[in-house]
Design a protein around this ligand. Structure first.
Ligand SMILES: Nc1ncnc2c1ncn2[C@@H]1O[C@H](COP(=O)(O)OP(=O)(O)OP(=O)(O)O)[C@@H](O)[C@H]1O
Length: 248
């Protein structure tokens, strides 16, 4: 296995509460990997640790052979770790195109260039991303007027602007209809497949997990319980006990 990400003994405390208890985890390059587990298992905390968003994380995080422990989200983005962000309120009144352009410009790292060539390149890239997430026909719409499914696809497109090697998605389908969930996640899976990138996602919809993930990590109470293929996970008695035990 050629891991793109190796987490070693990751610990995270919130005050006196230990939310992650020595999580050790290897993510092979090019894999679509789901993190599942009951509420409070530590899934979002782990994703936030990988994205560099939490202070005081203990342990070691290696990305593409390099120690990235304690790097800031901005430097992690430059190194190829991307995640989606909810579009902030101020940007909801702007159009789909303006939002995706902002993501492209930020990802390019060149805010102030007036070069027309660069502007044209950015515009082309922005259009390409809108095509990828099937929003090219909504380019002029205000984000506030989009359906939830459309907005989530836009957020996915914006996360792709930096062309991340590893994409982190924390409950990307929350609040969506079953049909929208599958539509979004099939789109994400296709994109990952075509570009050879790696995906780590937290997902509560087990049907989506079974369809999209190549391997699954089950977390419970801040620790990794079991790792396996979707079929192995579905057949695992410990996992069944957690889910049927009413703890989620
Ligand atoms: N900022 C915080 N301060 C204190 N405790 C926190 C904080 N964030 C999370 N926790 C606690 O840490 C534990 C893990 O939370 P986390 O959100 O990572 O779990 P999760 O597996 O993503 O759960 P869910 O499926 O409900 O989103 C929970 O017990 C939660 O209450």
């Amino acid at each position: 296995m050629d891991p793109i990400l190796s987490a070693r003994n990751i610990r995270k405390r919130y005050g006196a509460f230990l939310a992650l208890k020595d999580v050790t985890f290897d993510l092979p390059r090019g894999e679509r990997h789901a993190l599942i587990g009951p509420n409070g298992a530590g899934k979002s905390t782990f994703i936030a640790c990988v994205a560099g968003q939490l202070p005081g994380v203990e342990g070691k995080m290696i990305f593409r052979g390099e120690d990235i422990t304690a790097l800031t989200p901005a430097s992690l983005a430059k190194k190829g770790i991307g995640r989606t962000f909810q579009i902030s309120r101020a940007f909801l009144q702007m159009t789909v195109m303006e939002n995706i352009m902002a993501a492209v410009v930020i990802a390019s790292g060149r805010w102030t260039s007036l070069s027309r060539g660069l502007y044209r390149d950015n515009l082309e890239k922005a259009f390409g991303l809108l095509e990828t997430v099937k929003l090219d026909d909504r380019a002029a719409a205000r984000v506030a007027d989009l359906s939830l499914g459309d907005r989530k696809r836009l957020e996915f497109g914006m996360a792709l602007a930096g062309d991340p090697e590893l994409l982190l998605l924390d409950e990307p389908t929350a609040g969506m209809s079953i049909k929208e969930r599958h539509y979004l996640m099939e789109m994400v899976a296709t994109r990952m497949e075509e570009t050879g990138k790696t995906l780590l996602f937290v997902e509560h919809d087990i049907d989506v997990v079974m369809k999209i993930a190549q391997r699954v990590t089950v977390m419970a109470r801040g620790a990794v319980l079991v790792v396996g293929t979707p079929a192995e996970i579905a057949a695992n008695e410990e996992v069944q006990a957690i889910y049927l035990g009413g703890h989620h």
